[in-house]
Design a protein around this ligand. Structure first.
Ligand SMILES: NC(=O)c1ccc[n+]([C@@H]2O[C@H](COP(=O)([O-])OP(=O)(O)OC[C@H]3O[C@@H](n4cnc5c(N)ncnc54)[C@H](OP(=O)(O)O)[C@@H]3O)[C@@H](O)[C@H]2O)c1
Length: 223
């Protein structure tokens, strides 16, 4: 919540996964067994390559991982890069780089001792495989959603928000001082509308380039 103040305007695109009706599942202590709906890519190409599959293999819980019952998945440019083959993933694969939902199961080594995650926690993550009912996610990729942030907002913060955050903090650390001018190209994009607002929070003066149609929107976020 400190990373993404609720006052920051969010323009991300989300899909709700509520159309994935929950199938029956058995939950013994060490493994899960259920049918799983997922969008699968068997061959690279256009959007027609996205195929809905009703009996996708169950993700098996592994050490250091959790199984998330998804509620939302984000739509980002990176999803199209994987679909087209610009970014590589072994075929077939479930696309979707950004998702969120509830922890259905977590490896026992991660619930011992000082783990911050428990079954039932509401989380977001950034791992390939979000276009599915269930996704196996490394625990290191999980972020707990604060109670005062709704899950749809939290999911859409992940890819664009974290990118904007590292670009306005760690990556350019030391290059800009308070009150310096910060030029953001394509400031009307979702990522850069976040970046403009975060740059303002850092104390920079923001100027940007955008198409005429975005001029009013970018002024609203402070550019
Ligand atoms: N971690 C990462 O590395 C990371 C994370 C997120 C995004 N990205 C990258 O950041 C870019 C923007 O992503 P987004 O999710 O923010 O997209 P978005 O919200 O859809 O915005 C895309 C922007 O591209 C601009 N644009 C389109 N065609 C253009 C052209 N020919 N010349 C100049 N500008 C053009 C549009 O500007 P106008 O409407 O003003 O014309 C629009 O604002 C993508 O390349 C994406 O892959 C990288």
């Amino acid at each position: 919540s400190t990373m993404f103040p609720t006052s920051v305007k969010n323009t991300s695109v989300l899909i709700s996964l509520s159309f994935f009706a929950l199938h029956t599942y058995i939950y013994p202590s060490s493994s899960l067994s259920y049918n799983k709906k997922a969008v699968v890519i068997n061959e690279l190409g256009g959007p027609e390559c996205l195929k809905l599959v009703h009996n996708h293999p169950t993700p098996q819980l592994r050490p250091g991982h959790a199984i998330i019952q998804n509620q939302y998945a984000g739509l980002n440019f990176i999803d199209t890069y994987f679909r087209k083959g610009l970014y590589k993933a072994a075929l077939p694969f479930v696309p979707g780089q950004e998702g969120g939902g509830t922890i259905l199961a977590i490896s026992s080594d991660d619930t011992n001792n000082d783990s911050t995650f428990q079954v039932g926690d509401v989380v977001v993550y950034g791992t390939l495989g979000a276009y599915a009912q269930y996704t196996l996610v490394p625990v290191t990729q999980l972020v707990k959603v604060p109670q005062n942030v709704s899950l749809d907002i939290a999911v859409s913060c992940y890819t664009q928000g974290l990118t904007a955050h590292y670009l306005t903090t760690s990556v350019h650390c030391g290059m800009l001082q308070t009150n310096d001018w910060c030029l953001i190209y394509s400031v009307g994009s979702g990522t850069c509308q976040w970046a403009a607002q975060m740059a303002k929070i850092q104390g920079y003066k923001v100027i940007g380039t955008c198409s005429q149609s975005k001029a009013a929107a970018v002024k609203e976020v402070g550019a």
